[in-house]
Write a protein that binds this ligand. Structure first.
Ligand code: HPA
Ligand code: ZN
Length: 336
């Protein structure tokens, strides 16, 4: 392990933008396909990895939703969550706020009483065994109508008090945030936090709408805000966290090379940036890899990396005492 690798993994951090369905590694995909009698359009694990060549968000989503079809029983969701939490823990993650896409499962006849006990069982064990702290973000698919999101929210009622937040994901272009205001209002009335993907592929106007119409507490991605100076100033003034995912942006064509990514430029303009993995099984790395590769490509200093880890803890929805303890721990990490 290089000294940068070692340093990054030793930083206490929060991961705030990871889709649990995007942590499905090809090996587990095959195992679950066999267990559940689901036919996959791939002949081997290598064949699956070879199919992971994306041009944009939609080309990824088509494969991601197809992969999720192997997730059927409570145990499958438990296995998926357990695998992710062990990897996150190995990367120094103290707090994971994990997104899941209920509509992807409901559409296939897999209901809340299958996936929620699976997620919650894995989380309970990991919290006890690894000391990691977790929260769940129920994300609505924006390519589906708001009525479906509202219905999904109603179906999730037995689990409202174990949810941390709601989010908005899937195909961004032509699906503006404002369409989802009714379900975000509903979630807020139930004391849930709110986040939304905005400015991943969509224009700065979608980031404005996520801020001013949906009134979210964090923006997922936000990289397309950069050309709008007024918007960047607003993000900086409000200290609105952006949950960036550099390897994801490069894999989906948002930036030609990691060296071109705007993460450091946005930090330099005072924006509260964090580093996350998005869909690590598909984009070539978990959160630690995102820190290391971004640091190498953009020449981030050890101080920048500490700032990014501190930002992630501060931007999390964890209780204040827990955040203070992780920040204290972060301050004691030797700079090597
Ligand atoms: N963007 C939007 N929706 C998603 C993504 C993403 O990167 N991953 C899973 N759902
Ligand atoms: Zn995402």
């Amino acid at each position: 392990m290089s000294s940068l690798d070692h340093f990054v993994r030793g930083l206490p951090k929060a991961e705030l933008h990871v889709h649990i369905e995007g942590t499905l590694e090809p090996e587990l995909m095959f195992e679950l396909a066999e267990r559940n009698g689901v036919r996959l359009p791939y002949s081997s694990v290598d064949d699956v990895r070879a199919a992971y060549s994306f041009t944009d968000l939609q080309s990824f989503l088509d494969i991601y939703y197809a992969g999720a079809s192997v997730l059927c029983e409570q145990q499958d969701f438990d296995d998926l969550m357990t695998a992710y939490l062990h990897r996150a823990h190995a990367d120094g993650v103290r707090r994971a706020e994990i997104m899941f896409d209920p509509q992807t499962h409901l559409e296939r006849g897999v209901d809340f009483d299958a996936f929620m006990p699976g997620f919650l069982g894995a989380i309970e064990r990991a919290e006890a065994e690894l000391g990691i702290s977790c929260g769940l973000i129920m994300s609505f698919l924006r390519h589906m109508p708001v009525e479906s999101a509202i219905e999904t929210f109603a179906e999730s009622a037995p689990y409202h008090d174990v949810l941390l937040a709601v989010g908005l994901d899937s195909s961004e272009i032509d699906h503006p945030p404002a369409d989802f205001l009714p379900v975000f209002e509903l979630a807020r009335r139930h004391q849930l936090h709110t986040v939304a993907h905005a400015g991943e592929e969509g224009p700065p106007e979608y980031v404005w709408a996520a801020l001013d119409v949906l009134r979210v507490e964090r923006i997922d991605h936000g990289v397309k805000a950069e050309p709008d100076a007024e918007l960047v100033a607003r993000l900086a003034t409000d200290q609105m966290p952006l949950t960036m995912c550099p390897l994801s942006n490069v894999a989906l064509g948002g930036f030609a090379r990691l060296e071109d990514h705007n993460l450091k430029r946005m930090m330099d303009r005072g924006v509260k940036v964090t580093i996350n993995s998005d869909d690590p099984a598909y984009f070539g790395g978990y959160v630690g890899d995102n820190y290391v590769q971004t640091a190498e490509a953009l020449g981030l200093t050890r101080d920048d990396l500490v700032t990014l880890a501190a930002n992630s803890i501060e931007a999390s929805f964890a209780p204040d005492e827990a955040k203070a303890a992780w920040l204290d721990e972060l301050r004691t990490v030797p700079v090597v």
